[in-house]
Design a protein around this ligand. Structure first.
Ligand code: PLP
Length: 478
């Protein structure tokens, strides 16, 4: 039986708890080096500490925070630890977290301009800022035929690019009638799995995705792409889409975009550029060579939620021709009709991505850019690249390890000279130490350790420590 006026947390209690939550996050980040980077729990360890049923009566915030400390924290792999060198950075920063708090406080649905005009306009504006910050072509800006939108993830961006390309090549027929199994997409044999998944979801079919050969530096070979397209055309199929990678996940290989453009232009195919991790580097003019040729791409994506101090989720997606994207994704039921939309005077971002609802993600990105300024972002990106290049030199100079690919950015791929088993044992030992965490890939069939440097608080001493751990493990196993 209800025995009080309301069950809501009253606002003054919320204020106090909010301060406690921020204090908790600050203390967590202050103490982060005291936790093992890779969580050491076994499957089921966390759940067995939770009550079987939800509480009948509400509990205090103190009780929740206590459980986060005691139950949740041991089950966390600390992506915000400066010793996190695994996968790719999933970094964050204080301004991003503050933006996230305000976004949750406003809790608007930004599906239409009319459902919260600022949610759309700040997003459009910040996406335009980013075009200039990264030296991307003007045709991705909102005053042209193109424009940018924040997506949930690079996987969603690539899926949307596929859908737009699919509708463009079929004149809207696939949306109406479904596919005929003849559309063919192309990407590098080193491409991220999201391209294959996108082909599954978009009804292209994985057998209609061609994985193109790479060269000795794991870059897609333009002549192999050209030859495959010719063969498919000769077989009566319909090539329509190429996804090229600026920074593959495995080794950060940089496809030659300009050469891909030559091929896609020849056949009139949609060219999508997946720069999910490496894209951020273009904030520094000296790294803009990675995007050479992008002026002729149809779409481009990178993840501020990887290497730009903006916590997940925040993906930036650009198209040169927004009508292709909107034609693929727009439907207008009666209950969403409104004057601004009818007049065509505004962007309704629900037509630019898969879901209807969307949260105010631009706020955290706006805060990050305003806090650091372009100069601050450049400073930290350069630091990360410098540290990675220093690490690379240690590998080159070492008797025990060898470099697998020479990468100019922030991911170093290397292995032990004694082979796969030794490399694997060394990495396991380093990860077990709790002081660093790295992951592996296979390149040319060989076990390869990846050292990915891009965590917000990583300093040279953390990279030195990781190298020392690797050398110690090598003395034991090598
Ligand atoms: C990480 C990554 C992706 C996937 O990113 P999500 O935002 O998690 O979908 C796609 N492509 C490349 C090259 C990546 O590095």
């Amino acid at each position: 039986m209800k025995n009080k006026e309301s069950y809501h947390m009253d606002l003054e209690t919320f204020r106090q708890n909010g301060h406690a939550a921020v204090d908790w996050v600050v203390d967590y980040l202050k103490n982060i080096e005291s936790y093992p980077v890779l969580s050491q729990v076994k499957p089921g360890d966390i759940r067995k500490q939770l009550p079987v049923c939800a509480p009948g009566q509400g509990e205090s915030f103190e009780a929740m925070l206590k459980d986060v400390q005691e139950i949740v924290l041991p089950g966390i792999t600390h992506w915000q630890s400066p010793g996190f060198f695994a996968f790719f950075p999933g970094n964050s920063s204080a301004p991003a977290i503050l933006g996230e708090i305000l976004s949750a406080g406003l809790s608007v649905q930004g599906m239409l301009w009319a459902t919260s005009p600022a949610c759309t306009e700040v997003e459009t504006h910040v996406m335009d800022w980013l075009v200039k910050m990264l030296g991307l072509p003007e045709k991705f800006m909102s005053h042209t035929e193109g424009g940018g939108v924040i997506q949930h993830s690079a996987s969603d961006a690539t899926l949307c690019a596929l859908l737009a390309a699919r509708e463009r090549v079929s004149n809207g027929e696939v949306n109406k009638k479904g596919g005929n199994g003849k559309l063919i997409a192309y990407t590098s044999a080193q491409a991220h799995s999201s391209i294959e998944k996108g082909c599954m979801i978009a009804g292209i079919g994985t057998e209609n995705l061609r994985l193109i050969d790479v060269d000795e530096n794991f870059r897609m070979r333009p002549e192999a792409l050209d030859a495959q397209i010719q063969k498919d055309k000769a077989d009566g199929l319909i090539p329509f889409f190429v996804c090229t990678c600026v920074g593959t996940t495995s080794s950060l290989a940089l496809d030659p975009v300009a050469e891909m453009v030559r091929v896609t232009k020849k056949y009139g195919l949609w060219l999508h550029v997946d720069a999910a991790m490496a894209g951020t580097a273009a904030i520094c003019p000296e790294f803009r060579f990675i995007n050479e040729g992008v002026e002729d791409a149809d779409s481009y994506t990178f993840n501020p939620h990887k290497w730009m101090f903006t916590n997940f989720d925040c993906n930036a997606f650009y198209v040169a021709d927004r009508s292709a994207l909107i034609n693929a994704l727009s439907i207008l039921p009666e209950y969403l009709k409104n004057e601004a939309t009818n007049a065509g005077a505004v962007f309704d971002y629900r037509d630019w991505h898969i879901p209807l609802g969307r949260r105010f993600r631009a706020l955290k990105l706006w805060f990050v850019i305003r806090h650091y300024g372009v100069e601050g972002l450049q400073y930290h990106i350069r630091q990360h690249v410098d540290m990675a290049q220093q690490f690379k030199q240690w590998v080159i100079d070492s008797d025990a390890f060898e470099l697998v690919v020479d990468n100019p950015l922030n991911l170093i791929c290397f292995r032990h000279k004694d082979g796969d088993e030794v490399s694997e044992s060394i990495m396991a030992e380093v990860n077990q130490s709790g002081e660093a965490y790295m992951t592996h890939t296979k390149l040319n069939g060989l076990y390869t350790i990846r050292m990915s440097i891009g965590q917000t608080r990583t300093e040279m001493r953390h990279v030195e420590k990781a190298w020392q751990l690797l050398k110690e493990a090598s003395d034991r196993f090598g």
